[in-house]
Ligand binder design. Sequence first.
Ligand code: SN0
Length: 327
Amino acid sequence: MKQFLHVSDIGDLAGALREAEEVKANRFGWKSLGTDKTMIIIFFNNSLRTRLSTQKAAMNLGMNTMVLNIGQESWKLETEMGVVMDGDKSEHIREAVPVIANFCDIIGVRSFASLKDHEADYNENILGEFLKYSGKPVISLESATVHPCQAFADLITIDEAWYARTGHHLGDPSYRKPKVVMTWAPHPRALPQAVPNSFAEWMNAAPVDFVLTQPEGYELDPRFVEKAEVSYDQMAALEGADFVYAKNWSSVSHYGQILSEDRSWTVGEEHMAATNEAFFLHCLPVRRNMIVSDSVIDGPTSLVIPEAANREISAEVVIKRMLEDPR
Ligand code: SN0
């Protein structure tokens, strides 16, 4: 695997889930793959889970890891082309990428959306520099439009919980598909669309019934919504859900703007009561009592902690595949 951005990069999802199960049962079983290999993990933005889980996964595979926080401990990088660099940015990404690439075998990059320039964000301009000019396998660790390691961990978590509850894995033809609902929820800051984009992309590819619910103006890019059922009525969408995935995102059409602060969308017990005793998921970090009530996130069907733990597993499967075949 040369790059990991989209669900199509991982191929068959049933195979990926089986591999995740093998890795989870034996996470140090492929340690020789990474001997004398180095992973560099680059952060343009903050992180807790991504930083720790990606580094842990690479170490499980026997790799050496180096983490660099751009602008805090490296030079500030200029990412636009054709500018006169007379400001506070000391180095251009066009030089930084090949320099970084010299010292490693795999690169992970976190580069959030600017939420100012739709075209630059949706072209994945910053990650694109690494994809085009590093010559090394590249993993998006939440770039402008996608967060595939999160969506893969979400899928693993849904499969595990569904199996624990019903005795059937996703895709078992002898049993019904779970209903998975992703609901927008309010947030005090404008957030990227990367997490909901990837979750929608992965759920559309998975054997689940996927429903997306959001207020008017929060429609995601059609490339990610695809065939998903979309409802503007949150309570109707939640009816009979087996999984509720809450997330805030800012508007695409009014790019990067907050259009609603409607707290009736905060997922609380009255919302969960409409579901089929649904499991609750969120990628974290989560704003309690904005996105979800304390009672729901602390309740018996909340999967947020096992979901975060599965970030190690999704990252390990991806890095393992890159080590096995970096083309
Ligand atoms: C990021 C996002 O894309 O929504 C990362 C999620 C994995 N979330 C935030 O930036 C939340 C920041 C905050 O202040 O709550």
